[in-house]
Design a protein around this ligand. Structure first.
Ligand code: ZN
Ligand code: ZN
Ligand code: FE
Length: 764
């Protein structure tokens, strides 16, 4: 029997698994990787062949994802033995690229065993664990096409690699202290610091307050002892970021529990082999405030490389592990570049000579409304695909995202492959990361796209890039793309009520949108409601200064009487700034941004005057709201009114009016913040009820950056469900702009699918 297995079947130990299985059942044959997956041939006793097939389908190796199994009976060849063959390099590249996975328990027990030859070996791995995506240069996955190709296996490793009974049978990244990469400790200029055990010396340095650059799986981190306030302050000062929280790495779940709270779902997410950063409620007073100022949460991850285990295994069980970059640049991953960029930030470098081919930031997730959700989907997940609701063969699509938190997306035969996180492409280095991501996707998946999908905004670099490819162009309105990302994840093509709340996206009418309720499917979208327009003088400058937006809202609520309230509520807004705003208010363009409404609320409550990083104000607002008792907070009523042509509008200013009265009347910041969230959720429900009445649609899809706010998502989803709506939200890609490219690709694919079908061409 010839068995063709498709899905994530390479780099996950499938061939050795098949080999052990065949030997147990007394079958002969072979298993080899092809560009489209895995081909197994088995022959022998008929019942045993049947059992073999069942096992392939039902009990594949733990890290495999079997999508499709095809079988065919063939003439027996009389083979008695089973062999694992090399890879056939030809054929359509369809195999999935495995993501990078944390070192497994079996490897760890060898790692800590003094009698094992890989005792404390910083590069220990096996068929079930270790680096993959970041070291793969091309497919199919074989050592020669990885950055391990330069390391010749020693005799003992070669024997393990060739032994079907060994758990490193065909582990492509196999190595040992004798033949593998070498760990190095250097000073901040790259000069070797002599030492027998670089990791042990590095751990000692951390314990004395040093800041280290540490080369990991997808790039460099900057690390210091999280319990050492002076070291944390120094790192914050060197990294020049005012308030953006640092991620933590804790030795184990016990160490996590000493600094943060978590439930079962969060623990599962934290412990998964993908090892994302998980946002958890802080235990106050345990770690220095400088780690995550103004936030009720810590981002925590568990060690995922052997080196991490060495660093957290000593006197510093909790480390700050923040990505190695200066403020908003992408993570450094090339050694020379890291030395140049991080040299001024780090006291020493713990590095090695295995090249990181593809840069990959840590993924960031949290549990909201009962499910894991991503704020950033990168290491451990990228480039695992999302299945689109239709095929794309014949016209593959490259989608380019927007401007912030950019990811690229490439389709192949109905699968959408998301790149790692490139970041804010306004920065040159992030732009370069975006170009690399596109190039890597095309190489690894062997796809030349025929269609480019992009945002509506003409001056985004990603839009210009899409236009300049010369491919057939599909422009997708920003908020339509957000909702389409949810529809694509759930493989839905029907029409829904889409609630898209974010900071900014260009609307069909050329205005700044961001608080929209749409009626849309994967082809078309129309606005059916949302926030009423608010003046936005100063554009980006106002986005960076929540206090300015707050002042604008005070002016629109109280006119000339705004001044006295501004004196009390916005003491840090200078008279000059007020004057400028007063002058420009009348001619200011309008926006409907939910992000700006959250900014205004945060500033009015004195939580946050500056947005030094994205969504700082909304996150701070959420953090404060989390401190209040839910039942005692109430909400501020802002009913939806019909603004003409079936457009249901809610006044954000009215919500703020209630909140201001409450706050000036002496209510706590937490209670006001909570009531503000509840009010937005109630207003959302009100609009959705009206739109349901108008259209008969009963499904609501929630997306956009504001829904990375767990409280807002939980309250909106909760109220909608209580009122009989089916609610869809993002669970695979981020609700923010990091998930946008998936939505763009889905719209482009489905539009083409529909137009092919209506023209009598069955397409794909
Ligand atoms: Zn392992
Ligand atoms: Zn070796
Ligand atoms: Fe957005």
């Amino acid at each position: 029997m010839r068995i063709e297995v498709r899905g994530l079947v390479q780099g996950v130990g499938f061939r050795p698994h098949a080999c052990r299985l065949a030997e147990r059942l007394g079958l002969g044959g072979s298993a080899r990787n092809t560009a489209s997956g895995l081909v197994i041939e088995v022959e022998g006793d008929g019942e045993c062949v049947g059992e073999f097939l069942r096992a392939v389908r039902e009990t594949p190796p733990p890290m495999a994802h079997v999508r499709d199994v095809r079988t065919e009976y063939m003439e027996p060849l009389g083979e008695r033995l089973f062999r694992v063959a090399g890879s056939a390099g030809s054929g359509v590249a369809e195999a999935l690229v495995p993501p990078d996975l944390a070192v497994c328990d079996e490897c760890l027990s060898e790692f800590w065993d003094p009698s094992n030859r890989r005792h404390r070996h910083p590069f220990i791995n096996c068929t079930n664990c270790g680096p993959r995506h970041t070291i793969i240069l091309d497919m199919p996955y074989d050592r020669v096409r990885t950055s391990m190709s330069g390391f010749a296996m020693c005799g003992r490793c070669r024997a393990e690699y060739g032994d079907p009974a060994n758990r490193r049978f065909h582990a492509e990244a196999i190595c040992c202290p004798e033949c593998g990469p070498q760990l190095r400790l250097t000073d901040s200029r790259g000069r070797m610091v002599a030492s027998g055990d670089p990791a042990a010396v590095a751990a000692e340095m951390l314990a004395t307050g040093a800041i280290l650059a540490v080369k990991g799986i997808g790039g460099y981190h900057l690390a210091c002892d999280a319990a050492n306030a002076a070291a944390v302050r120094e790192l914050r000062c060197r990294k020049r970021r005012d308030a953006k929280p640092f991620a933590l790495m804790a030795k184990d779940a016990g160490a996590v529990l000493r600094v943060a709270e978590m439930d079962g779902g969060e623990l599962r997410l934290l412990r998964g082999p993908e090892r994302p950063i998980v946002l958890l409620a802080k235990r106050n007073g345990v770690l220095p405030e400088e780690i995550a100022p103004d936030s009720g949460r810590f981002g925590v991850m568990l060690p995922y490389t052997p080196v991490h285990h060495l660093l957290t295994g000593g006197d510093c069980p909790v480390l700050v592990m923040t990505s190695g970059n200066v403020s908003d640049e992408p993570i450094a991953h090339e050694d020379d570049d890291a030395l140049r960029r991080l040299g001024p930030l780090a006291d020493a470098f713990l590095t090695h000579d295995r090249r990181i081919h593809t840069r990959t930031d840590d993924s960031v997730a949290h549990v909201a409304a009962g499910h894991p959700r991503f704020l950033r989907r990168s290491r451990g997940y990228a480039p695992f695909p999302v299945q689109l609701p239709c095929g794309t063969t014949g016209a593959e699509i490259l989608a380019t995202g927007a401007e912030l938190s950019v990811t690229a997306c490439l389709t192949r035969a109905g699968s959408a492959y998301m790149s790692h996180h490139a970041g804010d492409v306004g920065h040159l280095s992030a732009w370069e990361a975006f170009l690399c991501a596109v190039g890597d996707l095309k190489t690894i998946f062997g796809v030349e796209p025929a269609v480019a999908a992009c945002d509506l905004h003409p001056s985004f670099a990603t839009t210009r890039y899409a236009r300049e490819t010369g491919l057939s162009l599909v422009r997708v309105q920003h908020h339509h793309a957000h909702i389409a990302s949810v529809l694509a994840e759930h493989r839905r093509t029907d029409r829904v009520i889409g609630v898209a709340y974010d900071g900014f996206g260009l609307g069909d009418d050329g205005r700044a949108w961001g608080g929209e309720v749409l009626v849309c499917d994967l082809v078309t979208s129309r606005r059916a409601g949302g926030l009423r327009g608010m003046p936005l003088p100063g554009g980006d400058a106002t986005a960076r200064k929540p206090a300015r937006m707050a002042y604008v809202m005070l002016r629109s609520l109280f006119g000339d009487d705004a001044a006295s309230r501004a004196d009390r509520l916005l003491p840090r807004l200078s008279p000059e700034e007020r004057l400028v705003l007063d002058r420009t208010l009348a001619d200011a363009p309008e926006c409907t941004s939910m992000g700006r409404l959250f900014d205004a609320a945060a500033a009015l409550l004195g939580i946050c005057d500056d947005n030094t990083h994205h969504a700082q104000a909304p996150l701070a607002l959420e953090g404060r709201a989390g401190l209040a008792k839910p039942d005692e907070c109430g909400y501020y009523t802002a009913p939806a009114v019909c603004g003409g042509s079936g457009h249901w509008e809610v006044s954000g200013a009215e919500i703020l009016r209630g909140m201001i009265v409450d706050y000036l009347g002496g209510r706590t910041v937490g209670a006001c913040a909570r009531a503000f969230h509840e009010s937005v959720a109630r207003a959302t429900l009100d609009i959705c009820l009206r739109v349901r009445k108008d259209t008969g649609l009963e499904t609501a899809a929630l997306s956009g950056g504001c829904f990375m706010n767990a409280l807002l998502l939980e309250r909106c989803a909760g109220l909608l469900r209580e009122n009989g709506f089916e609610v869809l939200a993002n669970g695979i890609v981020p609700a923010g702009d990091g998930g946008l490219s998936l939505g763009q690709a889905a719209v482009a694919a489905w539009r083409r699918h529909v137009s092919c079908n209506t023209h009598g061409d069955t397409g794909d």
